[in-house]
Design a protein around this ligand. Structure first.
Ligand code: H79
Length: 471
């Protein structure tokens, strides 16, 4: 039956390529076909820069078990070192992060320029950073006891930073979790599991009323793909408990188990969350500017939770990460930069250095990031454009200065550049061809990514000043 349905869906989708109006009927597909324009979504979008925090029991071993270092992601240590669940779970009796100071974390994020923070309320290990009434595997039963989630929400909100909740549906602790449904017994167990997860989600949305968004993970297994109805039910439930709630596309599966984008190619959830440790190509992938999206990024190649040894892969520099933030903004997306505090609640020195360096730049230039997005202008080699929606001002963020000092800018038809400035320094603007300019960027040396602000004007139709070549 399922195959027949899939074949039917394929046939309809195929036919749809010639007859655009033919759609696969879906019960659990996308709920809207456009970007959300309500205040909550506009706020999420305007934040642009977020701090991701992965914190759980995995921070204690930090990738090392019985003297052996496992180089795969620290939060996967239970799986990499094949540690039995009862052994792993007993790490909770060691969880006592004496240095933890929610207000210090929030200040660091604020100084970095982050406008939102996404925290792992529960990662794949199943350990909860809040005292959940639906499991005993939570922070309240550790020596630390304090409600870490509550302290974080209060401290970040006090700094004016929105807090979003990461929640892994995949759960290595819960006995009813299934990777697939292969028997009636699996089906019954998994139903109990979905009820458990639904209860926890409702508990989070109810008890932490300022939560702005849910960031779902661990939703790629067949068990979830066969229960697309549940992913829609969760989206609806969270939005009814908290109007304005935002959910990522990773939660969702449709009637056919299609994820992120439904069988009619419509984005499910409120924004696309498929960009993990990579960014859309700034030239080839401009289609992403049509919907909301967010990229999440690690500092080393693939470590989210705290790992003691960062020597085995490239560790990104503050400048590389800053360029990724600008790149994301220029394509209308958010950038979520990950931090993995250690078992004591402290950040490693590399992370502190990144936060400080990006923060120094953001304090001067944050206004080309926050509230900004895709400018609609053709990408050039020297860097990126951003623009506040509807504004006549376009920002250039220059990362690579050409040896000529001439920065090429191509404008859309009937747009004229009036001035180009960095602070109170004006750069010469020279029109060189139809819809093409040079900005004479004569600065002797760059000390960081330079911001040049272009004042533009809508021009009338241009005459025949520029002749087209006949070839
Ligand atoms: O939270 C971070 C990661 O821990 C999480 N998502 C980000 C945001 C993540 N979960 N899984 N993955 C990323 C990738 C999964 C890789 C796997 Fe495997 C492939 C899991 C099972 C097969 C590698 C090989 C790990 C175990 C076996």
């Amino acid at each position: 039956m399922k195959h027949t349905l899939t074949a039917l869906a394929l046939a309809i989708t195929f036919a749809g390529s010639t007859q655009a109006q033919t759609k696969t009927p879906l019960q659990y597909g996308a709920q809207t076909t456009e970007k959300r324009s309500d205040d909550a979504m506009q706020k999420w979008r305007s934040n642009r820069f977020g701090q991701f925090i992965h914190w759980g029991l995995y921070a204690i071993p930090g990738g090392v078990w019985n003297g052996k270092t496992y180089n795969y992601a620290a939060e996967f240590l239970k799986s990499s070192a094949r540690i039995p669940t009862s052994t792993w779970d007993s790490l909770m009796y060691q969880f006592n992060p004496k240095e933890f100071d929610a207000r210090a974390w929030a200040k660091m994020a604020k100084n970095m320029g982050a406008r939102y923070m996404t925290i792992t309320t529960k990662h794949h290990e199943g350990f909860c950073l809040w005292p959940s009434q639906y499991t005993s595997f939570h922070i309240g039963n550790t020596p630390f006891r304090r409600d870490i989630l509550k302290e974080l929400v209060e401290a970040y909100n006090a700094e004016g930073i929105d807090v979003n909740f990461y929640y892994s549906v995949l759960d290595w602790h819960h006995p009813d979790w299934r990777y697939d449904i292969q028997s009636p017994a699996d089906s019954i167990a998994f139903r109990r599991f979905l009820t458990f997860a639904g209860n926890q989600l409702k508990e989070l949305a109810t008890n932490y009323p300022t939560v702005k968004a849910f960031w779902f993970d661990g939703t790629w297994d067949s068990s979830i793909k066969k229960n697309g109805w549940w992913t829609l039910e969760m989206e609806k439930m969270l939005k009814s408990v908290r109007p304005g709630m935002i959910v990522n596309s990773r939660l969702r599966a449709d009637d056919f188990g299609k994820r992120h984008f439904d069988s009619n190619n419509q984005l499910m959830g409120d924004y696309e969350s498929g960009y993990e440790r990579r960014l859309p190509n700034a030239v080839k992938d401009v289609k992403v500017t049509q919907w909301d999206w967010e990229a999440c990024m690690t500092v080393p190649e693939n470590q989210w939770g705290y790992h003691r040894d960062w020597s085995v892969s490239h560790v990104k520099s503050p400048l590389e990460l800053l360029e990724m933030l600008v790149h994301s903004t220029s394509m209308g997306g958010n950038f979520l930069l990950n931090f993995g505090p250690d078992g004591n609640g402290g950040f490693r020195k590399e992370e502190l250095h990144i936060a400080k360096t990006i923060g120094n730049w953001m304090q001067q230039h944050g206004n080309v990031i926050w509230n900004c997005g895709y400018a609609g202008w053709e990408k050039q080699d020297w860097g990126y454009f951003t623009r506040q929606e509807g504004s006549a001002v376009v920002n250039m963020i220059v990362f690579n200065k050409p040896v000529s000092g001439l920065l090429k800018v191509k404008v859309p038809n009937n747009v004229k550049i009036l001035t180009a400035r960095s602070g109170n320094k004006a750069w010469k603007v020279e029109e060189i061809a139809k819809n093409e300019y040079y900005i004479h960027y004569t600065a002797k040396k760059m000390t960081g990514p330079e911001v040049i602000v272009l004042e533009t004007e809508k021009a009338g139709q241009q005459g025949d000043k520029y002749q087209e070549a006949k070839t």
